[in-house]
Design a protein around this ligand. Sequence first.
Ligand code: CA
Length: 236
Amino acid sequence: MSNNRYKILVVEDEANIRSFVETILDANNYQVLTATRCDMGTMLFSSHLPDLVILDLGLPDRDGLEFISAARQISAAPIIVLSARTTEADKVAALDLGANDYITKPFGTAELLARLRAALRSSRAGAEMGAVPGGKFVLEDLEIQYDTRTVSIGGNTIDLTQTEYNIVAFLSTHTGKVLTYSAIIQAVWGYSDHGSVKKLQVNMANIRKKLGAKPGENRYIINELGVGYRMQDDNS
Ligand code: CA
């Protein structure tokens, strides 16, 4: 086994779920660290700087949301929240604090591994994107040229408004990550008010139409109902 395996921290107090996740990760050649409490998880996070964290929100000592805040002071390593909580408000709170994705319990092996690979790819892509000024984004036949602010599909330029472009570009620089309505609104308009979610949804409907998506179809951009949007990952 090589030393350059991805290091994954699992913070989960339920023994059966923890060992289920640990077994899957181990079998797929990930290096695994585990913690059963929030304080222990935070300590392992700062001392081992894992590449990714799988985090339960209902921990015995503290709320897992506190782990996210503490971790984000230290690194941008992707955090996937594992939760029995299914309300949209909980997902939004975790995402807005800096989590990258969430998986609702119960979940299967294939789903866990797919989300994990997407989060790792997304964090690598983000790092590379930042290092290349005037770079471009490619997803299937969709291409974004950041220096000229143009979006094209199969080589044909799509006529987007400035706002529509800003939304698409913002999603593309966080590909694979669920972005909440308020995160997108803050990035695009710089403020959030009562009407801004509606304004975002109207813009998004126009974007999807221009990108050739039929109603209800997730083409390039995935609609995370009641939570936000996600730019499709290359392999999902
Ligand atoms: Ca728990």
